[in-house]
Write a protein that binds this ligand. Sequence first.
Ligand code: C2E
Ligand code: CA
Ligand code: CA
Length: 776
Amino acid sequence: EQIARLRLERGEFGDIADPERFLADRMAAFRRASTETTEEMLLDGRLIEIRRLRSPDGMLVSLYLDATERRRAEQEKAAAAALIKTTFDHMSDGLTALDNKGNLLNWNTRFMDLFAIQNDTIEVGMSLRDVISTALSETDADALRFALDRLSGAAGQLKADNALDTEFVRLSQDRWIQVSCSSMADRGMVITYTDISDRERTSEALRRSEERYALAAAGANDGLWDWNIEEDHLYTSPRWRDMLGLGNDPITEKPKEWFDRVNPKDIEELQMDIDAHLEGRTDHLQSRFRIMHADGVYIWALARAIAVRDNNGKAVRLTGSLTDITERKRTEEKLIRDALYDTVTGLPNRALFLDRIEQERRRHSDANEDKYAVLLLDLDRFKVINDSLGHDLGDALLIKVARRLENVLKAGDSIARLTADEFGVLLTGIKSEDEALETVHWLQSDLAAAFQIGDQEIFTSACIGIATPSKGFSDAEEMLRAADIAMYKAKAKGQSSSAIFDSQMQTRAITQMQLENDLRRAVDRDEIEMYYQPIISFDTGEIAGVEALARWRHPDRGTVVPADFIPLAEDTGLINAIGTTALRLACRQLKVWDDTLGSKAPKTMSVNLSGRQLQSPDMVREIELILAREGIDGSQLKLEVTESMIMMNPEITSRILMDLKELGVALSIDDFGTGYSSLSYLHRFPFDTLKIDRSFVVSMDEKKENMEIIRSIVLLAHSLGMDIIAEGVESERHLRRLKALNCEYGQGFFFATPQPADKLSEMLRAEKRWDIPSGD
Ligand code: C2E
Ligand code: CA
Ligand code: CA
């Protein structure tokens, strides 16, 4: 009663007209209450819960409980749940969270869409298996449950380490779902569902074309064919058709029409050979026969093939090559040609081309007049064309380009194929450099028209470098090299450009070589120096660690930043020496800080690794030696690698990373978000930290969506047990947002730029702290 009076006086019940009456009623109500009642009141900022109970003998008991903490925890939990829900619903994968009995804790809308689950058939606490059984057809439900059984089995065994495991499920209508399970110790598990139907279909198609490609590699000069027996459909490669002089004809895919071309004298034997192999009596098909060329003449051909069989051993496809063996008789002739001519285009090769330049040079004793010119023509994007269309089509294109170039040139001019996609042209009978330029113009506009290759139209263009005798050359080789330098200059201008060699180009080419030479010496001359950028804990505002960033103190150029020498170092292989130096210097500096600053020294030193270092088998041992020599413990070192480095060679890299972990070294994934950004493969590598790339942090200012992306990265990385470092924190705004997203560390110009060692020592000694605002 006293308490009720107190609360009444404080006005907690609002304005009461007759306080005494109110109190009397309230007390009577309490005494009447047969069940438990609960009320809350505020007391000095604390939340007090009052629970009233009636004991069996009719006595009224009141319990006063301090519920402040519990209420706060409940609110936090609700906020966290809401956060997770938004993230869940933003994901492109279906997702369910289960407790350790397999009952639903949470799920997202994508999950419901994937399996057409109705709103009223799903509820928290329901068993996932039951939900699946109601929503899916019997067979689909069986398939999915089977996968889930295996996953939870695996997760059960690997509970402790955030195990992630994957199963592939095929549902009706050829739908493929990838199901991944991530177990979270004894808190249950998260299962994601990705619709990979398209991906599966693509890889099926890919596998087929790869089989063909393997055959192509086996006989680059052979025609290829692939007879789908079930569909009675014959795929033939362009070279196959070229062999028969049918390159431009409408292409038939009916096997019968091809068999009709075989000489009647040979057809029976061919049929027998084919049957023998299809019935499994021979381990491959090999048959010689005559087949009609477009010009009406029979050529001799050799067909080799192997059947692809289904599970019952029945042949469903016959895939193989066709070789023109008429040519073999002319082998001798060909040997001679090969020494001087390119086999694909039939054009002179480099040796013959140099010889022709030399002859032309001798003919013109006055080198000041530009009576001839050497052009070097390099096709733009040829590698892309070749890689995407295959070598057969690539070759076909080269042949057509050669023919077209020949058409533009006059009698007396020469054209040659120098390397894969480089042609040389010797222009003769001209009067000036301008005339050479004019021809270059014609060549380029002629190349611009589409090429008909098989049934495709392909466009290409070329950059052309020009060398004329008046620039002074002492031999043909030198002139061709000059054209090459000019061609690179043209490439730098963009596709379909040209450039005339001048002596300044020579100088620039030399400068580049000079820089390379300088870099070669930089390590020996101790010109590589490390700068250090602090990594700040968002929790304490203190320096948690530092990242070592290389600088090159060039004797003439001053400080050179990594962007201007790391790529060069990678091209030339110097990166291994530079990388080792960087590691040694960084470890040495950390040791100095340990010795002079004690507990004020940074906890970890992060050092960047280059892709090349990561491929080197000796690297692990080298790092072990550096740690021992500099007196640093493995746990103080953190190595940063990027996604693209890993994806270059996942197998080898994964092994090296495991070995590094064994040394106790921590691993960060650097620039996350710029490469594959695939969280699904992260669990396969032992990373401790994920560094969100600067571009993401910057983009937070632009779109709200980008915040959501970071939010998902953070959540999922956390579930894999990784810490987050945000890179490129440049403003307080960034900081607030990142903090709100639960990032634990940050680095960037807002805190400090990379500093020389002594500057950073000052910061450490002064125990510099930054104020960390609360997140918003
Ligand atoms: P990184 O590993 O991503 O290093 C971070 C880069 O971002 C550094 O550039 C740093 O100065 C810069 N940075 C830091 N905070 C901010 C910010 O708030 N705003 C902006 N705009 N930039 C910021 P730096 O020192 O020029 O290094 C560039 C890259 O060169 C590094 O990128 C790293 O990939 C590579 N690199 C540096 N040192 C080494 C090394 O010793 N070995 C190898 N292999 N690579 C290195
Ligand atoms: Ca880095
Ligand atoms: Ca980075």
